[in-house]
Structures are given as C-alpha cells and as structure tokens.
Design a binder for this molecule. Structure first.
Ligand SMILES: [Zn+2]
Length: 66
C-alpha cells in the first residue's frame, strides 16, 4: 500500500509544520523550505527531524553528517 493523498494531507513537517511533498519514487516525504526528506519505511513515514535526510539546494540528498 502506498501513502495516499488523505494521509499526506494530515502529515506536516515536524520542524516547520509546513506541507510535505511526496517524492517521485514515493519513498519519502519532502519539506522544501527545510530541505529535509522524511523517509517512508514499510509504508510508515518517519516523521523525525533527527532521522530525516538533508537535501542540498537542488533537493538532492546529502550524505549523512558524521
Ligand atoms: Zn519543514
């Protein structure tokens, strides 16, 4: 089961409370203002800032910080 539109409407970025966009591969939810990507694991979005993948200015994932 994929993340559906209804769920997407409920979810908000935990950092800025803004809207999230589903990535093209449907493997994550992106907050463009925060440049964070919240991964979806086994159909469950991981809505934690600490777990989110940081994105560069082109919204490409950055390697994890040490
Ligand atoms: Zn945000």
């Amino acid at each position: 089961m994929a993340i559906d539109k209804e769920l997407l409407d409920i979810l908000a970025c935990p950092k800025c409370k803004g809207e999230l966009a589903l990535t093209e591969d449907k493997k994550g939810l992106m907050c463009k203002p925060c440049r964070l990507l919240y991964e979806i694991r086994e159909d469950i979005p991981i809505m934690l800032v600490d777990e989110a993948v940081r994105l560069d200015e082109n919204l490409n994932p950055l390697p994890p910080a040490e």
